[in-house]
Design a protein around this ligand. Structure first.
Ligand code: PEP
Ligand code: MG
Length: 896
C-alpha cells in the first residue's frame, strides 16, 4: 500500500535524494541494481520537517513504520527482537547533503534481555550477542536518552585495564554481561528511566533521536560552514543488521573506487576484521589496508571489487562504500559519490573524460575555483630540514604551520585571537568539530584514511595526518613526544605535511606548489598539473566572460599575463603617490597659490609617466584601464595623533615647531572627515583640486606616445571613480579629452583613450541610462557599491559586528566576499540592462573583489557583464569559474 512518509528500499532511486536523503536514495538505487544490500526502508525528510516544525512526528508515522517493519519481517522471515533468531535493525540519519558523522546512528535495535539469548543461540556466538547488546545500550543511552558518552567509556576503560587488554575484543562473555548490567544502571540513574525492553519502543525512540540530531550542535555548526540550509531535515534509514563482528570470517570496511587523496585508480580503503562499522569510522582501532582482504577472504574481495566497478560505471564518478562481511558473505551498507581532495577532484574528472565516461561540461561541474586555489598553496621544502617528529597516514594534503594544542576549547580560544593552531588528538570524534574548524591542521595518533578525522578534514580541505602512532600524545599533560624523544609542550610550533603524512617540530620553509609553478612558468608535468592545465584550456575555450587583472605595477602586470589575464581592468593609481613620493603630494596639498600647485604637479608628472609607460609595456597590445586618483587626500598625510604629538613635544622642549610641520598639521585638521568613505574622494577630488586630472591624464597620454614611438601597441583607457551624477562625468571627460588632444598635438600624433566610469554608488546604478551615453565602458566597483548599498564601511563592519552577524545566522556569508544578489546584485543587473539599452555596445565589467569569487562569477555571467577584473592570484580560479558558469547548469552542479 502507498504510504505518505515511509518508502521501502525497492521503491526509490538516486534522483530522490531530496526526499530520501543521500543515503536512502543511494540504497534504493543499489537495491534496483541488484547489489547485495540488506533490506530496509527509509523515512522521508518531510516527516522530519513536520517534527522540526511541530515538535512531534506526523500522526500517521507510527502506523506506517509498523507496516513497513511487518513487510521487512516477512521478507526476511524473522521478527524484530524475537526471542529466537531475532531481526535487528540499524537506524541511521541521511540528509540531502552528506554530513559525515554529524548526526546520530543507532545499531542493533531489537536486542533485549531475551532476544540477546536468541541471537546467541542462533549465531552460536554468545560473546558476539552480548557485545551487540552492550553496543545498543551504550548508543541508545547516549543518543536517545542523553546519557553522557563518557559515562559508558569509563566503564569500558575500567574493564580493559582490569583485564590488561588493549581493546574491546579482549572482553569475554562474563565481562560483557556485567557491563550491560552496569550500563543499564547508568541509564536508570542518569536518564531516570529504564532502557526499554520493547523492540518497537526502541525503534520509535531511535527514529526521534535521529530527527532531533538534525538540530544538534555539531550538525548546526557543520551546516553553517558548508552553507547547507537549516530547514531541509534528515531522512532516517532503517535497515536489517548484518554483523561484521561475527568472528574471523567477518569484518567491516570502507572502500573507494579510486584514491580520494590523489585520484589515482586502484583499490583503496580500510578493513577491520571482526568489527562493526563504527569501529572503522571512529578510528579507535587501527584498520588494515583494504588490500589485505584479498588474502583474508579472496571470494568476498573479488565480489567487492566487482561492486566497486559497477558503482563507478553507474554513477560515473568516484564512489565510496561501507561494506560488511558476515560469515563470508558480502553486504553493501551504503554508497555515495565520495568526498575527495582538490588534487583528486581534478585528476579523477580528467581521467573520467579520457575514459569516455563523462563530457568536459560534466567534468567542469566537479571542480571549482576554491579547489584550484587550494592547489596553489605552498608546500613544505622537505629537502631543507631534519627528520620528522612523527609519521602517519597522509589523510588530507597541504602544508600547515601552527601552535600545537590538545583540546578543542584551546583550539577555538587561540584561533579566535588570530593564532594558527594545529589540533593534536589521539582520535577525533564528532564533538571535536569546532576545534577542527578552528585548526589549520589535524593530527591524530590513531585511525586510518577513513577515520572521522580524515573524512571530515578532507571534506573541509584541511591538512590532516592520521594514525601518527610514533607520536606519544598526552592530552592531560598537554604535551606530545616524538619518536626521537623530542617533547612538544602546548603552544610549541609544528609543521604538518598532509601530502607526505609527516609532522615536524618548528616551522618548515615553504616552496611553491607544482600547480603554482606551472602557472608561473607554463611548464606542464604529469599528474595534477596536467589535469589543471587541461581544465583551464577547456574553461578558456567555453567562457563568455573575459578575464582581466587588477594590477598597479609592471611586475604585477607581468604576473597577471602569465596567469592568463587579457589586460588590466583596474590600475589603482594611488600607490604612485605613496612612499618616497609622499612629500610631493604633501606639497600639492599645502600649495597656497596656483604657481605652487603647478610646481608640485610638475614634479609628479614625469614619475607617473614612467609608471604608466612601464605598465603599458608589460601589457603591450592589451587594454590597461587606469583609474584616476580615488582616495581622500588625508590618506597621504601623516596620522593626526602622531602629528599633534610631534608638535606638542617640540613646544614642550620650548622649541618653535618647524613651519612646514605646522602647516601639515593644519592641513590634516582641515581635511579631516567624519566618514572618509563618503567624503572628498574619487571624482570629487578631480573636480576640487585644480590640475590633478590634467596632470594624471597628461602622464597617461605622454606614456602612450612614448610607447608608440618605441614601436609598442599601448591601449590605455581612463576610468573615473565614484561618479554619482552624469554631470561629474561630463565635466571630467571633457577635461580628459582636452588634455589628450593637447598631448596629441604636441607629439604630432593623435592620442585616443576610451573614457569610462566606475559604477560604485547606488545613484550611479539607478541613473545608468543617463550616464551610459557619456561613458565608453562601465566597471562595477562592487566593494564600494556594497558599502554604500548596505550603508556600512567594510573595515569598520569587519572589525565589529560582521562576525557576530555571521555567527548568529543573520547573514550566510559576508556581502564583501560573495555578491549580495538580492540587493547589490539587483543594482548591477539594473544598471547593466538600462546602461546597454541607452548605449548599445557599452562594455561592462566588474573590478571589485567579487570578480574573483566563484559564487559571484556565476551571477555576473548570468547578468551578462562582459569582463571580470581581479587580483593576479585569483585569475586562474576566475578563468575556471567563468568557464564553469558558461557550461555548468544548476542541476549539474547540484548532482555532484
Ligand atoms: C570597488 O569599489 O569595488 C573598487 C574596485 O574600488 P576600490 O576597492 O579601490 O575602492
Ligand atoms: Mg571603489
Amino acid at each position: 500500500m502507498a504510504t505518505a512518509y515511509v518508502y521501502d528500499f525497492g521503491e526509490g532511486s538516486r534522483e530522490q535524494a531530496e526526499l530520501l536523503g543521500g543515503k536512502g536514495a543511494n540504497l534504493a538505487e543499489m537495491t534496483r541494481l541488484g547489489l547485495p544490500v540488506p533490506p530496509g526502508f527509509t523515512i522521508g525528510t518531510d516527516a522530519c520537517r513536520v517534527f522540526l516544525r511541530t515538535g512531534a512526528p506526523p500522526s500517521a508515522l507510527a502506523d506506517e513504520i509498523a507496516e513497513h517493519l511487518a513487510g521487512l519481517e516477512r521478507s526476511i522471515g524473522r521478527r524484530l527482537g524475537a526471542a529466537d533468531d531475532p531481526l535487528l535493525v540499524s537506524v541511521r540519519s541521511g540528509a540531502r547533503f552528506s554530513m559525515p558523522g554529524m548526526m546520530d546512528t543507532i545499531l542493533d535495535v531489537g536486542l533485549n534481555d531475551t532476544s540477546v539469548l536468541g541471537l546467541a543461540a542462533a549465531s552460536g556466538r554468545e560473546r558476539f550477542a552480548w557485545d551487540s547488546y552492550r553496543r545498543l545500550v551504550q548508543m541508545y543511552g547516549a543518543t536517545v536518552l542523553g546519557v553522557p558518552a563518557a559515562r559508558f567509556e569509563e566503564v569500558l576503560t575500567r574493564y580493559r585495564r582490569r583485564l590488561g587488554v588493549a581493546d574491546d575484543l579482549g572482553l569475554g562473555v562474563g565481562e560483557l554481561t556485567e557491563i550491560v548490567g552496569e550500563f543499564r544502571r547508568i541509564v536508570r540513574e542518569v536518564a531516570g528511566e529504564e532502557f526499554p525492553q520493547d523492540p518497537r519502543e526502541q525503534l520509535a525512540g531511535a527514529v526521534l533521536a535521529v530527527f532531533r540530531s538534525w538540530n544538534g550542535e555539531r550538525a548546526r555548526v557543520y551546516r553553517r560552514r558548508e552553507h547547507i540550509p537549516d530547514d531541509l531535515g534528515t531522512a532516517v534509514t532503517v535497515q536489517a543488521m548484518v554483523f561484521g563482528n561475527s568472528g574471523r570470517d567477518s569484518g567491516t570496511g570502507v572502500a573507494f573506487t579510486r584514491d580520494p587523496g590523489t585520484g589515482r585508480p586502484g583499490v583503496y580503503g580500510d578493513y577491520l576484521p571482526d568489527a562493526q562499522g563504527e569501529d572503522v569510522v571512529s578510528g579507535v582501532r587501527d584498520a588494515l589496508p583494504l588490500q589485505n582482504l584479498e588474502r583474508l577472504d579472496p571470494f568476498s574481495y573479488e565480489r567487492l571489487i566487482a561492486v566497486l566497478r559497477l558503482l563507478e560505471a553507474h554513477y560515473r564518478d568516484l564512489c565510496d562504500v561501507e561494506f560488511t562481511i558476515e560469515r563470508g558473505r558480502l553486504w553493501v551498507l551504503q554508497t555515495r559519490v565520495g568526498k575527495r581532495t582538490a588534487e583528486a577532484a581534478f585528476r579523477i574528472a580528467c581521467a573520467l573524460v579520457d575514459e569516455g565516461t563523462i563530457t568536459w561540461a560534466q567534468a567542469l561541474a566537479r571542480v571549482d575555483g576554491r579547489q584550484l586555489d587550494q592547489l596553489t598553496f605552498p608546500r613544505f621544502d622537505t629537502q631543507a630540514d631534519g627528520a620528522p617528529l612523527a609519521h602517519g597516514v597522509p589523510a588530507s594534503p597541504g602544508a600547515a604551520v601552527g601552535a600545537v594544542v590538545f583540546d578543542v576549547a584551546e583550539a577555538v580560544r587561540r584561533a579566535a585571537t588570530g593564532e594558527r593552531v594545529v589540533l593534536v588528538r589521539p582520535e577525533t570524534r564528532p564533538d571535536d568539530l569546532p576545534g577542527m574548524i578552528a585548526a589549520e591542521a589535524v593530527v591524530t595518533g590513531r585511525g586510518g584514511k577513513t577515520s572521522h578525522a580524515a573524512v571530515v578534514a578532507r571534506g573541509m580541505g584541511k591538512v590532516c595526518v592520521c594514525g601518527a602512532a610514533d607520536l606519544d600524545i598526552d592530552v592531560e599533560g598537554r604535551r606530545c613526544t616524538g619518536a626521537d624523544g623530542t617533547v612538544l609542550e602546548q603552544g610549541a610550533t609544528v609543521s604538518v605535511d598532509g601530502t607526505a603524512g609527516t609532522v615536524y617540530a618548528g616551522a618548515l620553509a615553504l616552496v611553491p606548489s607544482p600547480v603554482s609553478r606551472y602557472l608561473e612558468t607554463g611548464v606542464r608535468s604529469a599528474g595534477v598539473v596536467e589535469a589543471v592545465a587541461r581544465f583551464l584550456e577547456q574553461a578558456d575555450a567555453v567562457r563568455r566572460l573575459h578575464v582581466l587583472a587588477n594590477a598597479d605595477t609592471a611586475e604585477d602586470a607581468a604576473r597577471a599575463r602569465r596567469f592568463g589575464a587579457r589586460g588590466i581592468g583596474l590600475c589603482r593609481t594611488e600607490h604612485m603617490f605613496l612612499g618616497p613620493r609622499r612629500p610631493l603630494v604633501e606639497d600639492l596639498i599645502l600649495a597656497r597659490t596656483d604657481a605652487d600647485r603647478r610646481l608640485a604637479l610638475d614634479a609628479l608628472l614625469p614619475l607617473q609617466r614612467e609608471d604608466f609607460t612601464e605598465l603599458l609595456a608589460a601589457m603591450d597590445g592589451l587594454p590597461v584601464t587606469i583609474r584616476l586618483l580615488d582616495p581622500p587626500l588625508h590618506e597621504f598625510l601623516p596620522d593626526h595623533t602622531e602629528s599633534a604629538l610631534r608638535l606638542a613635544r617640540a613646544r614642550a622642549r620650548g622649541e618653535e615647531p618647524e613651519p612646514r610641520a605646522v602647516r601639515v598639521h593644519e592641513a590634516i585638521e582641515r581635511l579631516h572627515e567624519q566618514n572618509p568613505m563618503l567624503g572628498l574622494r574619487g571624482v570629487r577630488l578631480a573636480l576640487t583640486i585644480p590640475g590633478l586630472v590634467a596632470t594624471q591624464v597628461r602622464a597617461i597620454g605622454e606614456a602612450v606616445v612614448a610607447r608608440v614611438r618605441a614601436g609598442g601597441d599601448p591601449r590605455a583607457e581612463i576610468m573615473i571613480p565614484l561618479v554619482a551624477t552624469v554631470e561629474e562625468l561630463r565635466i571630467v571627460r571633457a577635461e580628459v579629452e582636452r588634455v589628450l588632444a593637447e598631448v596629441g598635438q604636441a607629439a604630432g600624433t593623435p592620442v585616443h583613450c576610451p573614457v569610462g566610469t566606475m559604477i560604485e554608488l547606488p545613484r550611479a546604478a539607478l541613473t545608468a541610462a543617463t550616464i551610459a551615453p557619456v561613458a565608453d565602458f562601465f566597471s562595477f566597483g562592487t566593494n564600494d557599491l556594497t558599502q554604500t548599498t548596505w550603508g556600512l564601511s567594510r573595515d569598520d563592519a569587519e572589525a565589529s559586528f560582521l562576525a557576530g552577524y555571521l555567527e548568529r545566522g543573520i547573514l550566510d556569508v559576508s556581502p564583501f566576499e560573495t555578491i549580495d544578489r538580492a540587493g547589490v546584485g539587483r543594482l548591477v543587473d539594473l544598471a547593466t540592462r538600462e546602461g546597454r539599452r541607452a548605449s548599445p555596445g557599452l562594455r561592462i565589467g566588474v573590478c571589485g573583489e567579487h570578480a574573483g569569487d566563484p559564487e559571484s562569477i556565476r551571477f555576473f555571467h548570468e547578468v551578462g557583464v562582459d569582463y571580470l577584473s581581479c587580483s593576479p592570484f585569483r585569475l586562474p580560479a576566475a578563468r575556471l569559474e567563468a568557464g564553469r558558469a558558461a557550461v555548468v547548469t544548476a542541476t549539474d552542479a547540484d548532482s555532484r
